[in-house]
Design a protein around this ligand. Sequence first.
Ligand code: ADP
Ligand code: MG
Length: 350
Amino acid sequence: MERLEQNVIHDICTNQVVVTLDACVKELVENSLDAGAKRIEIRLRESGAELLEVVDDGKGVDSEDHAMLATRHATSKISKYEDLSSSLDTFGFRGEALAGICAMGDLTICTKTAKDTSASLLVYDHYGKLTSALPAAREVGTTVSIRDLFRRLAVRHREFTRNAKSQVSATLRLVQAYAIANPMVKFQVVAEKTKGHGAGRATLLATSGLSNGWIPAAAAVLGDATVADVKPLEIRSAGTGWTISGAISMPQGGRRTRDMQLFFVNRRPINAPKRITKLINDTFHQYNSRLYPVIILSFTADQTLVDVNVTPDKRTVFLHNEEKLLADIQESITELWAPADRAPSATLAS
Ligand code: ADP
Ligand code: MG
Protein backbone atom coordinates (compact mmCIF):
# COMPACT_ATOMS: atom_id res chain seq x y z
CA MET A 1 0.00 0.00 0.00
CA GLU A 2 1.18 3.50 -0.77
CA ARG A 3 0.36 6.87 0.60
CA LEU A 4 -1.25 9.16 -1.92
CA GLU A 5 0.96 11.95 -3.03
CA GLN A 6 -0.05 15.29 -1.54
CA ASN A 7 -0.92 16.70 -4.96
CA VAL A 8 -3.16 13.75 -5.75
CA ILE A 9 -4.98 14.14 -2.46
CA HIS A 10 -5.43 17.79 -3.31
CA ASP A 11 -6.98 16.99 -6.68
CA ILE A 12 -9.32 14.35 -5.27
CA CYS A 13 -10.55 16.31 -2.29
CA THR A 14 -10.89 19.76 -3.77
CA ASN A 15 -12.85 18.52 -6.73
CA GLN A 16 -15.82 17.95 -4.43
CA VAL A 17 -16.27 21.53 -3.26
CA VAL A 18 -16.45 23.48 -6.46
CA VAL A 19 -18.14 21.36 -9.07
CA THR A 20 -20.17 23.83 -11.08
CA LEU A 21 -20.00 27.44 -12.21
CA ASP A 22 -22.62 28.52 -9.70
CA ALA A 23 -20.82 26.73 -6.84
CA CYS A 24 -17.69 28.63 -7.79
CA VAL A 25 -19.48 31.98 -7.97
CA LYS A 26 -21.21 31.27 -4.67
CA GLU A 27 -17.89 30.87 -2.87
CA LEU A 28 -16.43 34.02 -4.42
CA VAL A 29 -19.50 36.13 -3.67
CA GLU A 30 -19.54 34.91 -0.06
CA ASN A 31 -15.87 35.84 0.28
CA SER A 32 -16.67 39.34 -0.99
CA LEU A 33 -19.56 39.69 1.46
CA ASP A 34 -17.34 38.39 4.26
CA ALA A 35 -14.84 41.11 3.34
CA GLY A 36 -17.55 43.72 3.84
CA ALA A 37 -17.96 44.62 0.17
CA LYS A 38 -20.64 47.14 -0.76
CA ARG A 39 -20.15 46.56 -4.48
CA ILE A 40 -19.74 43.17 -6.13
CA GLU A 41 -19.41 42.65 -9.86
CA ILE A 42 -19.41 39.22 -11.47
CA ARG A 43 -18.04 38.95 -14.99
CA LEU A 44 -18.53 35.92 -17.17
CA ARG A 45 -16.60 35.75 -20.44
CA GLU A 46 -17.89 33.02 -22.72
CA SER A 47 -20.23 31.86 -19.95
CA GLY A 48 -17.33 31.92 -17.49
CA ALA A 49 -15.40 29.23 -19.37
CA GLU A 50 -12.78 31.66 -20.60
CA LEU A 51 -12.82 34.06 -17.66
CA LEU A 52 -14.76 34.22 -14.43
CA GLU A 53 -14.06 37.33 -12.43
CA VAL A 54 -15.47 38.67 -9.17
CA VAL A 55 -14.56 42.26 -8.35
CA ASP A 56 -15.30 43.74 -4.94
CA ASP A 57 -14.60 46.80 -2.84
CA GLY A 58 -14.14 44.85 0.38
CA LYS A 59 -11.28 45.20 2.82
CA GLY A 60 -8.74 43.33 0.68
CA VAL A 61 -6.29 40.61 1.69
CA ASP A 62 -3.51 41.41 4.17
CA SER A 63 -0.07 40.99 2.62
CA GLU A 64 0.96 38.39 5.22
CA ASP A 65 -1.92 36.19 3.96
CA HIS A 66 -1.00 36.36 0.26
CA ALA A 67 1.11 33.21 0.23
CA MET A 68 -1.43 31.06 2.12
CA LEU A 69 -4.62 32.21 0.46
CA ALA A 70 -5.28 29.24 -1.80
CA THR A 71 -3.93 26.58 0.52
CA ARG A 72 -6.34 24.05 1.90
CA HIS A 73 -7.64 24.89 5.37
CA ALA A 74 -6.17 28.37 5.19
CA THR A 75 -8.77 30.75 6.51
CA SER A 76 -8.58 34.02 8.36
CA LYS A 77 -12.00 33.36 9.82
CA ILE A 78 -11.49 30.68 12.49
CA SER A 79 -8.44 29.50 14.25
CA LYS A 80 -9.77 26.77 16.48
CA TYR A 81 -12.57 24.25 16.26
CA GLU A 82 -14.60 25.77 19.10
CA ASP A 83 -15.08 28.88 17.00
CA LEU A 84 -17.35 26.82 14.76
CA SER A 85 -20.03 26.46 17.39
CA SER A 86 -19.89 29.98 18.73
CA SER A 87 -21.63 32.76 16.88
CA LEU A 88 -19.87 32.96 13.59
CA ASP A 89 -21.25 35.56 11.28
CA THR A 90 -19.11 35.06 8.21
CA PHE A 91 -20.09 32.72 5.38
CA GLY A 92 -16.77 31.00 4.95
CA PHE A 93 -14.97 29.12 7.66
CA ARG A 94 -13.42 26.09 6.07
CA GLY A 95 -10.72 27.67 3.95
CA GLU A 96 -11.51 25.24 1.15
CA ALA A 97 -12.96 27.38 -1.57
CA LEU A 98 -9.91 29.01 -3.09
CA ALA A 99 -7.90 25.82 -2.62
CA GLY A 100 -10.57 24.04 -4.67
CA ILE A 101 -10.92 26.77 -7.25
CA CYS A 102 -7.19 26.95 -8.05
CA ALA A 103 -7.36 23.30 -9.11
CA MET A 104 -10.18 24.11 -11.55
CA GLY A 105 -8.49 26.85 -13.54
CA ASP A 106 -5.77 29.51 -13.57
CA LEU A 107 -6.23 31.66 -10.48
CA THR A 108 -5.00 35.22 -10.11
CA ILE A 109 -5.95 37.67 -7.40
CA CYS A 110 -5.46 41.40 -7.42
CA THR A 111 -5.95 42.91 -3.98
CA LYS A 112 -5.32 46.03 -1.93
CA THR A 113 -6.04 46.87 1.69
CA ALA A 114 -6.36 50.38 3.13
CA LYS A 115 -2.85 50.22 4.53
CA ASP A 116 -1.15 49.09 1.28
CA THR A 117 0.43 51.76 -0.89
CA SER A 118 -0.11 49.70 -4.03
CA ALA A 119 -2.16 46.67 -4.97
CA SER A 120 -0.63 43.20 -5.51
CA LEU A 121 -1.24 40.96 -8.48
CA LEU A 122 -0.92 37.40 -7.22
CA VAL A 123 -0.63 34.31 -9.41
CA TYR A 124 -1.26 30.81 -8.00
CA ASP A 125 -0.57 27.41 -9.51
CA HIS A 126 -3.09 24.56 -9.58
CA TYR A 127 -2.00 23.39 -6.14
CA GLY A 128 -2.51 26.78 -4.51
CA LYS A 129 1.13 27.77 -4.41
CA LEU A 130 1.85 31.47 -4.94
CA THR A 131 4.11 31.62 -7.97
CA SER A 132 4.33 35.35 -8.62
CA ALA A 133 3.51 38.60 -6.83
CA LEU A 134 3.82 41.93 -8.60
CA PRO A 135 2.73 45.46 -7.74
CA ALA A 136 -0.39 46.61 -9.56
CA ALA A 137 -2.88 49.46 -9.57
CA ARG A 138 -6.28 49.05 -7.96
CA GLU A 139 -8.58 50.67 -5.39
CA VAL A 140 -9.03 48.97 -2.01
CA GLY A 141 -10.74 45.64 -2.62
CA THR A 142 -10.17 42.34 -4.36
CA THR A 143 -10.51 40.94 -7.86
CA VAL A 144 -10.46 37.17 -8.17
CA SER A 145 -9.96 35.92 -11.72
CA ILE A 146 -10.15 32.35 -12.94
CA ARG A 147 -9.16 31.61 -16.51
CA ASP A 148 -9.99 28.41 -18.37
CA LEU A 149 -12.32 27.13 -15.70
CA PHE A 150 -12.58 23.32 -15.77
CA ARG A 151 -10.32 22.98 -18.82
CA ARG A 152 -7.91 20.75 -16.89
CA LEU A 153 -10.68 18.30 -16.09
CA ALA A 154 -11.79 16.79 -19.38
CA VAL A 155 -15.09 15.31 -18.23
CA ARG A 156 -16.20 18.30 -16.24
CA HIS A 157 -15.15 20.65 -19.01
CA ARG A 158 -17.20 18.76 -21.58
CA GLU A 159 -20.14 18.75 -19.19
CA PHE A 160 -19.73 22.46 -18.63
CA THR A 161 -19.54 23.49 -22.27
CA ARG A 162 -22.54 21.31 -23.06
CA ASN A 163 -24.63 22.95 -20.32
CA ALA A 164 -23.10 26.42 -20.31
CA LYS A 165 -26.45 28.12 -20.73
CA SER A 166 -28.10 26.38 -17.81
CA GLN A 167 -25.04 26.91 -15.62
CA VAL A 168 -25.18 30.62 -16.34
CA SER A 169 -28.86 30.76 -15.45
CA ALA A 170 -28.26 28.79 -12.24
CA THR A 171 -25.52 31.30 -11.44
CA LEU A 172 -27.84 34.19 -12.12
CA ARG A 173 -30.55 32.73 -9.85
CA LEU A 174 -27.97 32.33 -7.12
CA VAL A 175 -26.72 35.92 -7.40
CA GLN A 176 -30.35 37.10 -7.44
CA ALA A 177 -30.85 35.38 -4.10
CA TYR A 178 -27.74 37.00 -2.60
CA ALA A 179 -28.82 40.37 -3.99
CA ILE A 180 -32.24 40.05 -2.34
CA ALA A 181 -30.68 39.02 0.96
CA ASN A 182 -28.15 41.87 0.80
CA PRO A 183 -30.14 44.84 -0.54
CA MET A 184 -27.53 47.33 0.68
CA VAL A 185 -24.88 45.78 -1.58
CA LYS A 186 -24.70 46.79 -5.23
CA PHE A 187 -24.60 43.64 -7.37
CA GLN A 188 -23.85 43.37 -11.04
CA VAL A 189 -23.58 40.39 -13.37
CA VAL A 190 -22.08 41.02 -16.78
CA ALA A 191 -21.81 38.44 -19.56
CA GLU A 192 -19.23 38.95 -22.32
CA LYS A 193 -19.02 37.22 -25.61
CA THR A 194 -15.87 37.95 -27.57
CA LYS A 195 -16.27 35.74 -30.60
CA GLY A 196 -18.73 34.97 -33.32
CA HIS A 197 -22.41 35.65 -33.51
CA GLY A 198 -23.79 37.92 -30.77
CA ALA A 199 -20.40 39.21 -29.59
CA GLY A 200 -20.69 41.99 -27.00
CA ARG A 201 -21.56 42.67 -23.38
CA ALA A 202 -24.87 42.13 -21.63
CA THR A 203 -25.80 43.13 -18.10
CA LEU A 204 -27.78 40.23 -16.66
CA LEU A 205 -28.38 41.78 -13.25
CA ALA A 206 -27.83 45.19 -11.69
CA THR A 207 -29.07 46.37 -8.31
CA SER A 208 -28.70 49.81 -6.78
CA GLY A 209 -27.55 48.73 -3.32
CA LEU A 210 -30.09 51.19 -1.96
CA SER A 211 -33.21 49.08 -1.51
CA ASN A 212 -34.65 48.65 1.92
CA GLY A 213 -37.05 45.92 2.97
CA TRP A 214 -37.79 42.57 1.37
CA ILE A 215 -40.34 43.69 -1.20
CA PRO A 216 -38.36 46.60 -2.71
CA ALA A 217 -35.27 44.38 -2.71
CA ALA A 218 -37.14 41.59 -4.49
CA ALA A 219 -38.71 44.05 -6.92
CA ALA A 220 -35.27 45.42 -7.80
CA VAL A 221 -34.02 41.93 -8.61
CA LEU A 222 -37.05 40.07 -9.93
CA GLY A 223 -39.10 42.92 -11.38
CA ASP A 224 -42.20 44.73 -10.10
CA ALA A 225 -44.59 42.26 -11.75
CA THR A 226 -43.26 39.31 -9.74
CA VAL A 227 -43.98 41.01 -6.44
CA ALA A 228 -47.27 42.72 -7.38
CA ASP A 229 -49.40 40.61 -5.02
CA VAL A 230 -46.73 40.01 -2.41
CA LYS A 231 -47.24 41.17 1.19
CA PRO A 232 -44.77 41.40 4.08
CA LEU A 233 -44.77 38.46 6.44
CA GLU A 234 -43.52 38.67 10.02
CA ILE A 235 -43.60 35.50 12.05
CA ARG A 236 -43.52 35.52 15.79
CA SER A 237 -41.81 32.43 16.98
CA ALA A 238 -41.49 32.90 20.70
CA GLY A 239 -39.15 30.57 22.49
CA THR A 240 -37.48 29.11 19.39
CA GLY A 241 -34.77 31.74 19.19
CA TRP A 242 -35.68 32.44 15.56
CA THR A 243 -36.76 35.70 14.02
CA ILE A 244 -38.49 35.14 10.71
CA SER A 245 -39.34 37.85 8.24
CA GLY A 246 -39.99 38.03 4.56
CA ALA A 247 -42.77 38.36 2.05
CA ILE A 248 -45.31 36.09 0.43
CA SER A 249 -47.99 36.14 -2.31
CA MET A 250 -51.59 36.76 -1.41
CA PRO A 251 -53.98 34.09 -2.76
CA GLN A 252 -55.20 36.37 -5.57
CA GLY A 253 -51.60 36.37 -6.85
CA GLY A 254 -49.16 33.53 -7.29
CA ARG A 255 -47.18 31.99 -10.12
CA ARG A 256 -47.57 28.97 -12.33
CA THR A 257 -44.33 27.46 -11.06
CA ARG A 258 -42.60 27.34 -7.71
CA ASP A 259 -39.45 29.00 -9.05
CA MET A 260 -39.68 32.04 -6.77
CA GLN A 261 -39.48 30.41 -3.38
CA LEU A 262 -36.36 31.69 -1.66
CA PHE A 263 -35.10 30.84 1.81
CA PHE A 264 -32.28 32.38 3.79
CA VAL A 265 -30.62 31.58 7.07
CA ASN A 266 -28.62 34.44 8.48
CA ARG A 267 -28.46 36.07 5.03
CA ARG A 268 -27.24 32.87 3.40
CA PRO A 269 -29.44 31.43 0.63
CA ILE A 270 -30.25 27.83 1.46
CA ASN A 271 -31.96 24.99 -0.35
CA ALA A 272 -35.68 25.20 0.34
CA PRO A 273 -36.45 23.23 3.51
CA LYS A 274 -38.86 20.57 2.15
CA ARG A 275 -41.28 20.43 5.07
CA ILE A 276 -41.63 24.20 5.17
CA THR A 277 -42.26 24.60 1.42
CA LYS A 278 -44.76 21.74 1.51
CA LEU A 279 -46.63 23.30 4.41
CA ILE A 280 -46.79 26.73 2.75
CA ASN A 281 -47.72 25.43 -0.71
CA ASP A 282 -50.41 23.10 0.68
CA THR A 283 -51.90 25.92 2.74
CA PHE A 284 -51.82 28.28 -0.26
CA HIS A 285 -53.63 25.67 -2.33
CA GLN A 286 -56.60 25.82 0.06
CA TYR A 287 -57.16 29.36 -1.23
CA ASN A 288 -55.77 29.09 -4.75
CA SER A 289 -55.44 25.58 -6.09
CA ARG A 290 -53.88 26.50 -9.44
CA LEU A 291 -50.84 28.56 -8.52
CA TYR A 292 -47.81 28.72 -6.20
CA PRO A 293 -46.93 31.63 -3.93
CA VAL A 294 -43.81 33.71 -4.26
CA ILE A 295 -42.02 33.05 -0.97
CA ILE A 296 -39.16 35.03 0.52
CA LEU A 297 -38.46 33.79 4.00
CA SER A 298 -35.48 34.81 6.04
CA PHE A 299 -34.56 33.05 9.27
CA THR A 300 -32.28 34.78 11.69
CA ALA A 301 -30.85 33.26 14.80
CA ASP A 302 -27.72 32.92 16.79
CA GLN A 303 -25.39 30.70 14.79
CA THR A 304 -25.53 28.04 17.53
CA LEU A 305 -29.07 27.20 16.36
CA VAL A 306 -27.96 26.54 12.80
CA ASP A 307 -25.96 23.63 11.61
CA VAL A 308 -24.58 24.72 8.26
CA ASN A 309 -21.63 22.41 8.32
CA VAL A 310 -23.72 19.66 6.75
CA THR A 311 -22.81 19.62 3.07
CA PRO A 312 -19.69 21.07 1.44
CA ASP A 313 -21.70 23.78 -0.32
CA LYS A 314 -23.34 24.69 3.01
CA ARG A 315 -26.72 25.04 1.32
CA THR A 316 -28.44 22.32 3.31
CA VAL A 317 -29.01 23.36 6.88
CA PHE A 318 -30.74 21.98 9.91
CA LEU A 319 -33.06 24.31 11.75
CA HIS A 320 -33.49 23.66 15.42
CA ASN A 321 -37.03 23.63 16.86
CA GLU A 322 -38.44 22.80 13.44
CA GLU A 323 -41.78 21.50 14.78
CA LYS A 324 -42.52 24.73 16.61
CA LEU A 325 -41.37 26.75 13.59
CA LEU A 326 -43.78 24.88 11.31
CA ALA A 327 -46.68 25.58 13.68
CA ASP A 328 -45.79 29.27 13.93
CA ILE A 329 -45.46 29.63 10.15
CA GLN A 330 -48.83 27.95 9.65
CA GLU A 331 -50.47 30.30 12.12
CA SER A 332 -49.00 33.43 10.52
CA ILE A 333 -49.84 32.58 6.92
CA THR A 334 -53.37 31.52 7.85
CA GLU A 335 -53.83 34.85 9.62
CA LEU A 336 -52.56 36.68 6.54
CA TRP A 337 -54.60 34.75 3.98
CA ALA A 338 -57.81 34.30 6.03
CA PRO A 339 -58.18 37.32 8.28
CA ALA A 340 -59.60 36.71 11.76
CA ASP A 341 -63.00 38.32 11.03
CA ARG A 342 -63.89 35.17 9.10
CA ALA A 343 -62.93 32.87 11.97
CA PRO A 344 -65.40 32.02 14.74
CA SER A 345 -64.88 34.18 17.83
CA ALA A 346 -63.31 32.29 20.67
CA THR A 347 -64.25 34.87 23.30
CA LEU A 348 -68.00 34.59 22.59
CA ALA A 349 -67.98 30.84 22.97
CA SER A 350 -66.48 30.89 26.42
P1 ADP B 1 -12.89 30.78 3.84
O1 ADP B 1 -13.84 31.77 3.19
O2 ADP B 1 -13.59 29.55 4.27
O3 ADP B 1 -12.03 31.41 4.91
P2 ADP B 1 -11.66 30.71 1.24
O4 ADP B 1 -10.82 29.69 0.57
O5 ADP B 1 -12.97 31.05 0.61
O6 ADP B 1 -11.88 30.25 2.73
O7 ADP B 1 -10.80 32.04 1.40
C1 ADP B 1 -9.57 31.98 2.07
C2 ADP B 1 -9.20 33.33 2.69
O8 ADP B 1 -8.91 34.26 1.65
C3 ADP B 1 -10.32 33.97 3.49
O9 ADP B 1 -10.34 33.51 4.82
C4 ADP B 1 -9.97 35.46 3.37
O10 ADP B 1 -9.04 35.81 4.36
C5 ADP B 1 -9.29 35.57 2.03
N1 ADP B 1 -10.18 36.09 0.97
C6 ADP B 1 -10.76 35.38 -0.02
N2 ADP B 1 -11.50 36.16 -0.83
C7 ADP B 1 -11.41 37.41 -0.35
C8 ADP B 1 -11.95 38.70 -0.73
N3 ADP B 1 -12.76 38.82 -1.81
N4 ADP B 1 -11.63 39.78 0.03
C9 ADP B 1 -10.82 39.65 1.12
N5 ADP B 1 -10.28 38.47 1.53
C10 ADP B 1 -10.55 37.36 0.82
MG1 MG C 1 -14.87 31.47 1.48
